[in-house]
Design a protein around this ligand. Sequence first.
Ligand code: HMG
Ligand code: MG
Length: 291
Amino acid sequence: MSDKNVTIFEMGPRDGLQNEKVMIPTAQKIELINRLSETGLTKIEAASFVSPKWVPQMADGADVLAGIHRNSKITYSALTPNLKGYERAKAANADEIAIFASASEGFSQHNINCSIEESIQRFEPIMELAKQDGIPVRGYVSCIVECPYDGAVDPASVASTTARLIALGCYEVSLGDTIGRAKPDEITRMLEAVLTRVAADQLAGHYHDTSNLALDNIQASLDLGIRTFDSAVGGLGGCPYAPGAKGNVSTDAVVQLLHKLGYHTGIDTEKLASVSQYILSIKQQIQASQQ
Ligand code: HMG
Ligand code: MG
């Protein structure tokens, strides 16, 4: 793969919508994914099989995956916190699944109701089944610089959690600035620590954009060899268990930056802009109808 090729992992349908207060109808989620599938993206996180009591917006994941027109060039992934989530994702024919851990204890407890150590133990049987079933597994590590509950996070903790997920069998770990407050020099320090344990081609950057520094953080990551980034169309998103966190960095802005810097994404910016308009207008219509 050329050093100038960058993969975008589209988060809009999952991280983008999970925090929406108004329920987005299943048909509109399906339409969003179908439209994203026409833009040249190759990876789309389409659903989340977490507890519907914890995240009601994602309760319809099976219907979403059943309803989309699958493009054979695209991997449609789903988030799974435990074995029950894994079984649901497998039944829904998710192409790959993602397990998610944290580099900070406070966020681990608030987000998945267990310690970091317990979460790793919970992931072990999922990894075994996924291996048997031939389903690739991606990992996430949240709070790579700062945690909304514990404050500053030690880069060594990010490095050790990331290395454990790779050792468990994840093909890639996505590093999450969950509350979107990291600065480029902090991203560089964190990545330098992680890169002593894990190769750049097994890492992705997942930056929320609360401080409007996500694009700078992507540039700092490109300088260290990272070539996969998570982003959400229209800058949708947030995490219900990360108070104050804004949306993911917008796919539109990331793709524009990458193309300006001479990187290739394979994504059509005009088609992407029209998908942004679509989902932002759907949100506005639903909000207006509820006022
Ligand atoms: P718990 O309450 O400790 O779990 O939650 P439990 O096993 O006691 O189950 C509670 C109830 O949920 C039970 O139902 C289970 O059956 C059910 P009841 O018996 O009371 O009727 N349940 C499920 N139902 C469907 N699918 C499942 C499932 N699991 C349990 N998979 C649990 C523990 C992990 C389940 C919960 O904490 C949870 O679902 N957390 C997910 C929270 C979440 O989705 N957060 C957002 C995603 S992470 C994120 O956004 C960060 C990321 O973007 C990266 C970054 O930005 O840093 C990835
Ligand atoms: Mg996120």
